[in-house]
Design a protein around this ligand. Structure first.
Ligand code: UT7
Length: 345
């Protein structure tokens, strides 16, 4: 069954919701690089196939023992620095991740401890590749309602911990990385987050999943032998769903706010496959100049892709204060996320 929600952040008549802005953004990828050439030595694949079918050239991979909260910490510290906010001023932490440090305690707890956010509470959010868009929406509510003045929103994944480097259909796609933003109240005249539209469709579960390690199939010798603790994907089913849904949810969110796709300054999609992003952009009538693609350097970092793309857009001078930005994600679940905002940095 499909369910979706459309939310608004700007105060409506008679309501006292606060406007919310991104006050700081930072990202982190581990230094070790895994190239397409490296993968040619592990599985029956080629640089040409990977480049042509996905657009990916290389991805970053952690060293053994490095966990999601370690990447998240680096990004969080940078985001707080840019926002001019101390760890003690953070009231709420949400970490979108599919690869938590452990099932419990949460990565948010580990992160809170690592950064010394003594006044924060928080939790992990499981929405696969929509981890960042859903976490952004969740953090936004905490600031909009006045519950907290500053929220730390993280999208971080160590995908290399759940990738089967004997499976050529998945191991070429993913990488490790993290991004974080600090959300704060926006002044009357400041650019802010406009709204969101999200959707889930649980019938898509079998198309992209990790079968074992949860309550249905706890870890056993058998699950390990059958390699069930790794990502399994029906690539074509996910591909078709992603292209269709990106266009659909973009139109739904834009029309809710009386906007047209032609007014978008930058389309920041989840980075899974270059062909998915260009097909979606084409359907929305967006020229290349309004689309950021950086997956050639990182692969699919799941909850990390959108902040990594935002940071690269900033670094390339392609995002300026006031620009209309559309974020869209599609991932396992299925989950579909979209957030519309005016760039505030
Ligand atoms: O972020 C989470 C959401 N995930 C996604 O958005 C991923 C969506 N799906 C995709 O990006 C694409 O479907 C893939 C990149 C996963 C696959 O591309 P495709 O064009 O759909 O290829 P395919 O699965 O139809 O496979 C075509 C051929 C097959 O060979 P046969 O059956 O035609 O002989 C595969 O076995 O390519 C083969 N193949 C490979 N060959 C070389 C699959 N993986 C590889 C590989 N290297 N790594």
């Amino acid at each position: 069954m499909v369910s979706h929600a459309v939310g608004r952040v700007a105060p409506a008549e008679g309501q006292s919701l606060r406007r919310v802005k991104i006050a700081g953004l930072s990202t982190y990828v581990p230094p070790k690089v895994l190239t397409n050439d490296d993968l040619e030595k592990l599985v029956d694949t080629s640089n040409e196939w990977i480049l042509q079918r996905t657009g990916i050239k290389e991805r970053h991979i952690v060293d053994p023992g490095v966990a999601t909260s370690d990447l998240a910490k680096e990004a969080a510290v940078g985001a707080m620095r840019q926002a001019g906010v101390t760890p003690d001023e953070i009231g709420f932490i949400v970490v979108g991740t599919t690869t938590p440090d452990t099932i419990f305690p949460s990565t948010a707890c580990n992160l809170q401890h690592k950064i010394g956010a003594h006044n924060a509470w928080g939790f992990d959010l499981g929405a696969a590749c929509s981890g960042f868009t859903y976490a952004l929406t969740t953090g936004m509510q905490m600031v909009a309602t006045g519950a907290h003045d500053h929220a730390l929103v993280v999208g971080a994944d160590v995908m290399s911990s759940i990738i089967d480097y004997k499976d050529r259909t998945t191991c070429v796609l993913f990488g490790d990385g993290a991004g974080a933003v600090v959300l704060s109240p926006a002044a009357e005249d400041e650019p802010h987050i406009i709204g969101f539209s999200h959707e889930i469709d649980g019938s898509g579960g079998p198309a992209l999943q990790m079968p074992a390690g949860g309550s249905r199939m706890p870890a056993s010798h058998e699950t390990v032998e059958k390699r069930l603790h790794y990502v399994k994907q029906d690539g074509q089913a996910v591909f078709k769903f992603a292209v269709r849904k990106m266009e659909e949810i973009a139109h739904r969110l834009l029309s809710k706010h009386g906007l047209d796709a032609s007014e978008i300054d930058l389309f920041v999609s989840h980075q899974a496959n270059r062909r998915i992003i260009t097909a979606a952009a084409e359907r929305l009538g967006l020229p290349d100049s309004k689309v950021i693609i950086n997956l050639e350097m990182y692969g699919n970092t799941t909850a990390g892709t959108i902040p990594l793309a935002l940071a690269d857009a900033v670094a390339q001078g392609r995002l300026k204060r006031g620009d209309l930005v559309l974020l869209i994600s599609v991932g396992a679940g299925f989950t579909v996320g979209s957030v519309l905002l005016r760039w505030s940095l």
